[in-house]
Design a protein around this ligand. Structure first.
Ligand SMILES: NC(=O)c1ccc[n+]([C@@H]2O[C@H](COP(=O)([O-])OP(=O)(O)OC[C@H]3O[C@@H](n4cnc5c(N)ncnc54)[C@H](OP(=O)(O)O)[C@@H]3O)[C@@H](O)[C@H]2O)c1
Length: 298
């Protein structure tokens, strides 16, 4: 396949591009700077994409977006989080719908943030959206795919949980403290964390590109979500360090702001990968105790 990838310089995008190329697919990276060979340019704020540079394409994976957990959600940051996801998806979906022929498939990033803060409720792809800024953002992000779906492009909405990788993202940010033995649960630790190994995320994306039957929302999470307390203990064990210094919710709110803390860091989402498992996808990392040592060794 010839696959266009946006956000290709990011944690997931760079791993996905490596895997696609390793599997013999052609990758066109959609970049916001001057393109090099194998790349095409777009300018999301200006609403333009160099479609001539894309050529005839089979699939698109849209991963671009300003980092949700990178900084406090000031009003300006919230606007950027929305524009860089909803705006870019709308631009891409409209553009793809006008191509002749249209690509066969669009995998569009979204997040388990779609479900909001749901306590112990077991969630699957049929579960309704939650409430709050992040849930609203995810809902709009997913709806922005509509022009592509209406044009007959198989459109998959990737509701990713926390992607665990030693190379970056949430896990890599926690590692320095945990390695010093200064790690601990966040808040009361009872909130559910839906996670997926970076390796399984990439394998699932390849599976979704290749399996023509799957469309609509797909939870990109491992089959066994854990509470933050269980995750914290597992990480401490994997690093052979104590992980008993809890970080109080109030301290988190002072540092990261209430929105990011209550809707992302402390939000509880117990999400199951029903669509992927029903389609026959086999996870390599199903439970956190076997996943973490493999991820940390990788
Ligand atoms: N990692 C996770 O745990 C996780 C969990 C749930 C959902 N997701 C979602 O999955 C997608 C990929 O995640 P990731 O962890 O790979 O993210 P990432 O490492 O932050 O990379 C995102 C990429 O998006 C592009 N980008 C950054 N700011 C942008 C802006 N203002 N406008 C347009 N593009 C911008 C950049 O690529 P270029 O410079 O190449 O354009 C960047 O490398 C994101 O949408 C993220 O929200 C990730």
């Amino acid at each position: 396949m010839r696959v266009v990838v946006s956000g290709s310089s990011g944690l997931i995008g760079s791993a996905l591009c490596r895997a696609l190329e390793g599997s013999g697919h052609d990758v066109v990276r959609l970049v916001r700077r001057t393109p090099r060979p194998g790349e095409s340019s777009w300018d999301p704020p200006a609403g333009t994409i160099d479609t001539a540079g894309l050529g005839r394409i089979d699939g698109v994976v849209h991963l671009a977006g300003a980092g949700i957990g990178d900084r406090r959600w000031s009003p300006a940051r919230r606007r950027l989080l929305v524009a860089s996801r909803v705006g870019t998806t709308a631009l891409l979906a409209r553009t793809l719908a006008r191509l002749d022929p249209v690509p066969r498939v669009l995998l569009n990033a979204s997040a388990t943030g779609f479900y909001g803060d749901r306590g112990d409720e077991v969630l699957n792809e049929e579960s309704p959206a939650g409430t709050g800024f992040l849930a609203d953002l995810c809902r709009q992000w997913e709806q922005a795919v509509a022009p592509a779906a209406e044009a007959g492009i198989r459109s998959v909405r990737l509701r990713s949980g926390i992607v665990l990788s030693a190379a970056g993202g949430a896990l890599a940010r926690q590692l320095p403290l945990f390695r010093l033995g200064l790690g601990g649960r966040l808040g009361n630790g009872r909130q559910w964390t839906s996670w997926v190994s970076g390796e399984d995320w990439v394998r699932a994306a390849l599976f979704l590109l290749e399996h023509d039957t799957l469309a609509g929302p797909v939870n990109m999470v491992a089959p066994e979500p854990v509470t933050n307390g269980v995750f914290t203990s597992a990480l401490g064990r994997s690093l052979h360090r104590p992980a008993v210094l809890p970080v109080p919710a109030t301290a988190l709110r002072v540092v990261f702001g209430r929105g990011l803390v209550d809707e992302a860091l402390l939000a509880s989402q117990r999400v199951h990968p029903v669509a992927l498992e029903a389609a026959g996808f086999a996870f390599r990392h199903r439970d956190i105790d076997t996943a973490l040592p493999a991820i940390l060794a990788g």
